[in-house]
Ligand binder design. Structure first.
Ligand SMILES: [Zn+2]
Length: 372
């Protein structure tokens, strides 16, 4: 297969005109099978990686349901999200174990849909005061032994874990596990100094920057300032047009630079469904258009998939090449899979999305097969 005539995402130069070739599951320098796809006037980009979404199409990772997880993987693939690292909510360890075992079995059995490249444990090591849409009854102090049990249940799939650094034992927890898993600062009341201590202890990510944390102000820069001052860290950003004001999206790309922003969708099960009432980690969520809220009005995840979030970022003024980097390159780096996916160099997986001039999804190639 030769994808011809398109503007192809390039790590150094933004977009370049060249062919993208593959005759099997990996990208190659040339193609000999005689097939071609005309991408004239289109953008050719790597398949995206979503490291933080809970569910879609009526299913949620937290259900621990094998068929639900497959539904999620298939939906994400249909949207050009070729790698997924779905997130669990704050749940009891028993349910989190079931979630991790379900993910491990999904991977082992090679079920269809986007590649399951990780599990993100957003809960339970979070702050009650900033729980957002997490269920407060099931929060737990940071616990290395519990994390290791869950890692084992997931057969090594846990790639991200969120922690509120002001919780008892959090800094020791971060130091202990930072080599094994990407620790993210999240759902926290931490001030600048506490957050800085977390990054110095080994945290490398911020879970949905600005959401569920103190604001960034001139005398109290909080987690946002501490992350900025820790250049090894990356910041997740929900770019659904609801969670973050367009001006703050632009400011974040300027402050953190294009290499440190990780676009995430944070979708819950209503993504890809119609308006109505849905469950999110044991709580009722009302969905109307792009807005998902608890009964008290708390924003509860999004319903905008990552490809649509990337398009939204562009509509806010982020250059397309930077938005692609934030949705394909940086998330792959965050969970350690950039050697296999996330750009269009020969040798990487032939996971490719083709977008029309208005960024509408035209085609998805997955392991070298056209699936959309
Ligand atoms: Zn959250």
């Amino acid at each position: 297969m030769k994808i011809t005539g398109g503007k192809v995402f390039d790590l150094e130069r933004g977009f370049v005109e060249r062919d993208v070739c593959f005759d099997g599951p990996l990208l190659t320098l040339d193609s000999k099978d005689g097939h071609s796809y005309d991408a004239a006037g289109c953008y050719v980009i790597p398949g995206l990686t979503d490291v933080h979404f809970h569910g879609c199409r009526g299913a949620d990772l937290s259900d621990g349901d094998p068929d639900g997880l497959q539904t999620m993987a298939e939906y994400e693939l249909s949207r050009g999200v070729t790698q997924i690292c779905p997130a669990g909510m704050t749940l009891l360890e028993e349910q989190l174990t079931k979630v991790c075992k379900t993910a491990a079995a999904h991977k082992r059995e090679g079920r269809p849909g986007a590649d399951l490249v990780g599990v993100n444990l957003e809960g339970p090591f979070l702050s009650y005061a900033k729980k957002g849409a997490q269920n407060g009854d099931w929060l737990h102090a940071p616990d290395v032994a519990m994390l290791r049990r869950l890692m084992e249940a997931s057969e090594g799939l846990v790639k991200l874990v969120s922690v509120a650094p002001e919780e008892p034992g959090a800094l020791d927890f971060i130091k202990e596990v930072a080599e094994e898993v990407n620790v993210a600062v999240a759902h926290t009341t931490a001030d600048y100094d506490t957050a800085l201590a977390a990054f110095r202890a080994g945290a490398r990510e911020v879970t949905h920057l600005f959401n569920a944390m103190p604001a960034f102000t001139h005398r109290a820069p909080g987690v946002v300032g501490a992350a900025l001052d820790s250049p090894w860290s990356r910041a997740e950003l929900i770019c659904d047009g609801i969670h973050i004001h367009p001006s703050v999206v632009r400011a974040t790309f300027k402050m953190f630079g294009r290499d440190r922003v990780v676009l995430i969708s944070d979708t819950m099960r209503a993504a890809g469904m119609s308006d109505g009432e849905y469950d999110l980690g044991g709580q009722n969520v009302i969905v109307k258009g792009p807005l998902a809220t608890l009964a008290d009005g708390t924003i509860a995840g999004s319903v905008t998939d990552l490809m649509a979030c990337m398009k939204t970022a562009v509509s806010f003024g982020i250059p397309l090449a930077d938005a692609v980097r934030a949705a394909a390159v940086n998330p792959a780096k965050a969970i350690g899979i950039f050697d296999r996916v996330g750009s269009l160099e020969p040798g990487k997986r032939a996971n490719v999305a083709v977008l029309g001039p208005d960024l509408e999804l035209k085609a998805v190639f997955f392991h070298g097969e056209k699936v959309v």
